[in-house]
Structure formats: C-alpha cells, structure tokens
Design a protein around this ligand. Sequence first.
Ligand code: GDP
Ligand code: MG
Length: 445
Amino acid sequence: LQDRLGNAFQKFKGQKQLTEDNVKEGLREVRLALLEADVNFKVVKQFVDQVKERALGEEVMKGLDPSQQIVKVVNDELVELLGGEQQGVDVKARPLKLMMVGLQGSGKTTSSGKLALYLRKNHGKKPYLVPADVYRPAAIDQLTTLARQLDVPVYPSTTDMNPVDICKDALVKAEEQGCDLVLFDTAGRLHIDEKLMDELENIKKECSPQEILFVADAMTGQDAVTVAEAFNEKLDISGVVLTKMDGDARGGAALSIKSVTGKSVKFVGVGEKLSELELFHPDRIASRILGMGDMMTLIEKAQSEIDEDEAKAMAEKMAKAEFDFEDFRSHMRKIKKLGSMEGLLKMIPGMGNIMKQMGQDALPEDEMKRTEAIISSMTMKERRQPKLINQSRKERIAKGSGVKVADVNALIKNFNQMSKVMQAMMGGGKSKKQKGLMNKLKGLA
Ligand code: GDP
Ligand code: MG
C-alpha cells in the first residue's frame, strides 16, 4: 500500500496546481492501493470521492506544492475515516464490565489480559478476569495463567459450567473481592454461528456490559470487516480492538471497520506481551498507512517558520541529489528555530530509527553542535563536494574541530544515508538501491 500511494503522490511532483486531471490520475492509484490493501470496496469509493471533492474544492495551501497538498488531503480524510479523535473506554462505571467477542484466535484472551493491565496501570482499576470460553479447556487455562502473571483474581470456571451462569456469578464474586473492572473473555468460533451468537446475546442481556469490544485480527483484512458487521448486527458492539498490528498488516481492516459498522477502533494490539496494547490513534495509523511519518506536521511547521522559497529550493536540491554539507549546515541552523534537532528529525519518516541505529538519540543538541563544528572545519570545496574528503582531509578536519576521525567518518556516513533518504522521500530517488533503502525504512517506520 505504501509503495502504491508513494507512486500516486509522485505523480504530483512538480505540478503547480490541483486540477481535475491530476487529481483524478492520482486518485486512481490511491483507489487501487486501497483495494490492494484489502479495504472494503464501498469504503474505498466513498473515501476517494471525498478526497476528490476536497482536493478540487480547495486551493493549494501557500507553501505547499500539489503533491504535499494531496498528502494533506488524503491524510486528513484518512484520519476522519478512521474515526477522528482517538477514544478509549469510559472508565467511570463501577463495576466497569467489558465483554470481549470475536472469532477464535483473534486475540480475545490476550487482549483481556492486556486491558486488565492497561486499565489498572492507567486508571487504577481493580480487574477481575472471567473465562467464559468453556468449550476448550485450554482457553480457561490460558486466561488463568495470564491472571496469575498479572496477579489479578480470576473466576474458577470449569468446562461443565454454562457461560451465562459463569458471567452472572462472576459479577457477584468480583464485588466480593472489591474488584471494579470485570472482563468477560468469551468463546470464539472459526466462523460466525447462531448458537454462539445467542450465547453472547444472553451474556449481554444478563450482565449488561458497558462495552462489547469486538476483537479483530488486523491480518485478516476485509474478512474482519464482514465478521465485525455480523457481530455488530447481533450485539451492537461498542468498539473494536485491532490486534496483531505489529505484523505486516496492511491496515485494510482499520480503514474499513469504522466506516462499515460505525464503531471505532479503540485499542490496538502491537505484540504478544501483555504490555503491548495501545490506544488507537487515527492520525498515527493514517500516517503509517501513508508511510509519511509525521510528514504533515513537518510540512506545517516548516511552512510557518522557514521561508517558502528557501524550503522549495531545499526540496529541489534534495530531489536532485545536489544537497551538500553547506546546505546541510545552513539547513541545520535554520531548523534550530523550529525546536530541537531530535524533534525535527523524528518527524522525517524513518529518521527516528536511523537516529537510534546511529546511537544519536542520546544528546541530539550536543551532536548538533559537534556536527556544526565538523562541517565548519571543512573547506567550502569539501562542503560542496563531500566526495573529495579523503583520509588526510578527514584527519585535518578532525583536528580542526577537536573530534576523532571516527566522528568525521560517522558524520559523512550519516550524511550520505540521510541524503539518500531525503532524495527518496522527495521523489528524486529512483535507483534500485534507493528503493531498497526506502523499503527498509518503511519497514522500520
Ligand atoms: P482468542 O482465541 O481470540 O482468545 O485469541 P488469543 O488471545 O488466544 O490469541 C491468539 C494468538 O494471537 C496468540 O498466540 C496470541 O499470542 C496472539 N496475539 C494476540 N494479540 C496479538 C498481538 O497484538 N500481536 C501479536 N503478534 N500476537 C498477538
Ligand atoms: Mg481465547
């Protein structure tokens, strides 16, 4: 998806205006990309129509080129589609009753444990776990083990008990133990079936949970949407937990579920560990889907602080691989105004990870000073043509700026890496090597 969208956006490079034609052209690619990502076709159509309307109805913002403008519109619409503002669960109720539903293997049991931990840690809740999947002995054991790990009480379910009775009785037991959060981990099936649905409906009727969370495996894409629809029809779910987003899920499910069921994704599972649960942030997921990092923030910030023309010149230079140490230094000085180097670099997609790899996340400001010193010790010619910098020049530069030769080497290496990324980001990079690097970065981002 990211590749496709990347291609779609490339088409707008160098064009001055959003016209019916270039918008149409670009959106055709967007449509294909979304369909490829397993997004429901109805959602795709709606989405594309909205973007088209907005893109055409809007003037290209000052300081943005059409490609950036389209990124902004697509990004905004994506956030909107994903549910606008991020929302968790209302934790005020005592007891707060959460019912986990979904297909087998979607992550209900794991998510029950994760939510217990999350709500205890962030909202001081006292959780009580209820294994209501009596069809597989292993399911009871699994939740019981998690409960032990978390040091949380668990209802002593056995396979001969009725799930509805379990849940009802669990409410009594939870209160006796002073717990104010009850999590019902219900049974799943490989497919939706009536008997299971009736059972879930009965639990709902008898226990009146404030939240019925549909747990969906992000990897199942479009299927998750069909299943979500069925559960929603029967149970009127209150929200969604999208699991396994740490895998290479293409985001299709997240995109479609809200739009088809009207229910928001509330939490995202990002790993097998109990701590690996996050609040769902539509804006973050949108960026992830678009593979643009927080490019929008960067664009907006840069727009207000850096002179428009200069920004444009910079972008052009980056795209043409003419970006050199002289530009780097002047750019660095300019972005000092924008806040910390770290904050800025992190906004460039993939840069956060590069920085981590380089071990530069510790002292970015110091690093920046040192970097400036090294560049200042270069001759103008060296700054303009970094390739000239051989061993003896490196030694001279190191001496001049009071650093080790290794530091000079590191800077040059980072600079090369960065300009490759920039080139690829700005649409100039077309070589195989750069594409490979881009893909690697996308994997990291
Ligand atoms: P259930 O049948 O719906 O209760 O699903 P489980 O909670 O047993 O989870 C099924 C499998 O998915 C288990 O192996 C979990 O460890 C795994 N799993 C659940 N959530 C996540 C997640 O967010 N990321 C990853 N990588 N694995 C997950
Ligand atoms: Mg389970």
